[in-house]
Design a protein around this ligand. Structure first.
Ligand SMILES: [Zn+2]
Length: 147
């Protein structure tokens, strides 16, 4: 009987060691191929994060990741002149000609306004070559000046 129990205990130990070895062996397999289609790809939208309050906002992005946020907390305009903006950015060592994109939002009006066109020309005259975008809520359509 005692011999029989020893055999059972021995088999149990073998089983446990086997399971542990097997799980480590499996882990090693995953470590061997960590880059093979294991990444999750999720589609999202940056503008949804940036335009949440019910006012008009503008953002200016630079290649170093600096993002300027501009608003006068008004629903249908941003009280700011292009000249003032250009001066502020220049003073902060981010000249407008380095900007990657400028985006602002409209609530319901789905086109660039005359003011937008004037603003765009004012900054392109100072060397801006990036994307000038409009984000239209509530649908979230994106328009690009000149396209
Ligand atoms: Zn506008």
């Amino acid at each position: 009987m005692r011999k029989f129990l020893n055999i059972i205990t021995g088999l149990l130990i073998l089983f446990v060691v086997g399971v542990i070895y097997w799980s480590f062996a499996n882990t090693e397999k995953q470590v061997d191929f960590p880059q093979v289609n294991t990444a999750r790809i999720e589609k999202t939208n940056l503008w949804k994060l940036l335009f949440r309050d019910a006012v008009e906002h503008a953002y200016i992005l630079f290649p170093d990741g600096t993002l300027y946020h501009i608003t006068s907390y008004e629903e249908h305009k941003i009280s700011l002149t292009a000249d003032y903006l250009i001066e502020v950015l220049k003073g902060d060592k981010h000249p407008i000609n380095d900007a990657v994109l400028v985006i602002h939002n409209h609530w319901a009006y789905p086109m660039f306004s005359l003011t937008d066109v004037r603003f765009y020309h004012a900054i392109t005259n100072k060397g801006f070559q990036g994307h000038f975008l409009l984000y239209v809520l509530p649908m979230g359509d994106v328009k690009e000046m000149g396209k």
